[in-house]
Design a protein. Structure first.
Length: 206
């Protein structure tokens, strides 16, 4: 695709939205991923071109700079293009990262992991890559869930600790002939118990 612009490479118009660029990249990257072509050098080169185009157009600032160069009548000092700097390892890493974000978004929309792997394969992702992506997403999601659970658990413990501390203070500072009121600390302990229940419900429901 000699003299083709990055828009040409991705098959989108110059006024394409970021979402249209992302979708075009995903479709083409699935199609030309090296694992689908048994090491074909031409397919590998095409995959690198797609990655180079997307690496520029996915970022609004670098896209604006690229658009300015396209419209400039004066040739600028020659610099290595992203396509020239791109190698297959970087292209594969970019692909994996973008597909990871796509799969994670599907998971947050409550799409089951098994179905996510199938969706990736249906769209053209090599099965072994789809499995790796889903494993990475599952690991990251489990870590996210555990972090949220621990924060909820800490809040529950704090409520209960404060309530228990106030109850102990009331008990120790109130004369024996007066009937102490434990209403306020009881409320705090109950709130802590509810927070604990919600934390556990979140953990087992995620």
């Amino acid at each position: 695709m000699e003299n083709a612009t990055y828009y040409d490479i991705l098959g989108v118009p110059e006024d394409a939205s970021q979402e249209e660029i992302r979708e075009a990249y995903r479709k083409l990257a699935f199609r030309w991923h090296p694992d689908r072509h048994g090491g074909d050098p031409w397919a590998e080169e095409r995959f690198k071109q797609i990655a180079a185009a997307y690496s520029v157009l996915r970022d609004p600032q670098s896209r604006a700079e690229y658009d300015a160069r396209l419209r400039s009548p004066e040739p600028e000092e020659r610099e290595p293009s992203p396509e020239e700097r791109m190698n297959v390892e970087v292209a594969v890493f970019l692909f994996f990262r973008e597909m990871y974000k796509y799969a994670f978004a599907l998971l947050l929309m409550k799409v089951p992991l098994r179905k996510i792997a199938g969706l990736l394969v249906e769209e053209g992702c090599p099965p072994n890559v789809a499995v790796d992506i889903v494993k990475s997403v599952e690991k990251a999601y489990d870590k996210l869930v555990m972090n949220i659970f621990l924060k909820k658990l800490a809040w529950a413990g704090a409520w209960m600790a404060v309530g228990s501390g106030i109850a102990w203070w009331i008990h120790s500072s109130t004369p024996h002939w007066r009937h102490p009121s434990y209403t306020f600390p009881t409320i705090l302990i109950v709130v802590g118990g509810l927070q604990l229940f919600r934390a556990l419900a979140f953990l087992f429901g995620s």
